[in-house]
Design a protein around this ligand. Structure first.
Ligand SMILES: C[S@@+](CC[C@H](N)C(=O)[O-])C[C@H]1O[C@@H](n2cnc3c(N)ncnc32)[C@H](O)[C@@H]1O
Length: 238
């Protein structure tokens, strides 16, 4: 599998997509940014104390679903989510992680122990270099709100493509909070400034960006923390 080739082709010779380079360089690409943000308490603070709880939701979901196949985590995340996922696996299960930024994969490897059965790949979520129907679960943890519309649509399409029939795409991300929730009013201007694509997750359902052949009964949404966060589980039709 030639991951590097697939990325360079996709991004016209540049490994890093423009939105990531322009909007998020300080958070994910600059070595000082990586050093700064790779702190459990800080990622927890950014999620208003919900990091562990949201990771628990992922673990609970995946524990039941990944017994006979692999898990693909699409994009690295700060904090201990990936080591926790790796701890779930028994000898026959595997966890693959892709990220488009080399520095993120390097950072992830520092958090894993040699006993963890985790493979890291330098790939773009919009153009995955894996066969179709390859994984029991594909996980998108706070990636979609950072992507412009077309990349978001392509990422979802690819996540579904590489997921096995009857397997699940598990998404945890922002969601439009309830009217009564005070953070709705405090957070929106802040997100608009720092995370220009995140408002789409407040204004639209993720369903709107899914391929049209996913039946509504295969999509299960749960919201948390006044509706600010959501977990969406999409079961790929058989
Ligand atoms: C999953 S998102 C946000 C994670 C969340 N803020 C956290 O750390 O908990 C951040 C990651 O997505 C990666 N990323 C962004 N666009 C990508 C793409 N098109 N393909 C693969 N990885 C991507 C970035 O390099 C970064 O490592």
């Amino acid at each position: 599998m030639n991951q590097t080739k697939s990325i360079t082709t996709k991004t016209n010779g540049r490994l890093i997509p423009d939105y990531l380079r322009k909007t998020y360089w300080w958070a994910y690409l600059h070595p000082r940014g990586v050093k700064f943000f790779e702190r459990q308490w800080l990622v927890n603070l950014i999620l208003f104390g919900n990091y562990n709880y949201l990771c628990d939701q992922v673990i609970e979901q995946i524990q039941g679903a990944a017994q006979k196949g692999g898990i693909l985590q699409i994009a690295c995340a700060y904090g201990d989510l990936t080591p926790r996922l790796a701890n779930l696996l028994d000898q026959n299960e595997k966890l693959d992680v892709i990220d488009v930024a080399r520095i993120q994969l390097k950072n992830l490897k520092r958090k894993l122990s040699p006993s963890h059965n985790v493979q890291c790949y330098l790939q773009d979520s919009t153009n995955l270099n894996f066969p179709s129907n390859n994984y029991k679960v594909a996980l998108l943890f706070f990636l979609l709100h950072e992507q412009p519309l077309q990349q978001r649509i392509d990422t979802l399409k690819e996540a579904l493509r590489v997921t096995d029939l009857g397997g699940q795409v598990v998404i945890v991300d922002y969601h439009r909070p309830s009217y009564w929730f005070p953070l709705r009013y405090l957070l929106f201007p802040f997100l608009k400034l720092l995370e220009p694509y995140a408002k789409d997750l407040w204004q639209y359902d993720i369903n709107e960006w899914l391929p049209s052949d996913i039946p509504p009964q295969n999509i299960h949404k749960q919201t948390y923390f006044g509706g600010l966060y959501q977990k969406l589980v999409i079961t790929k039709p058989m």
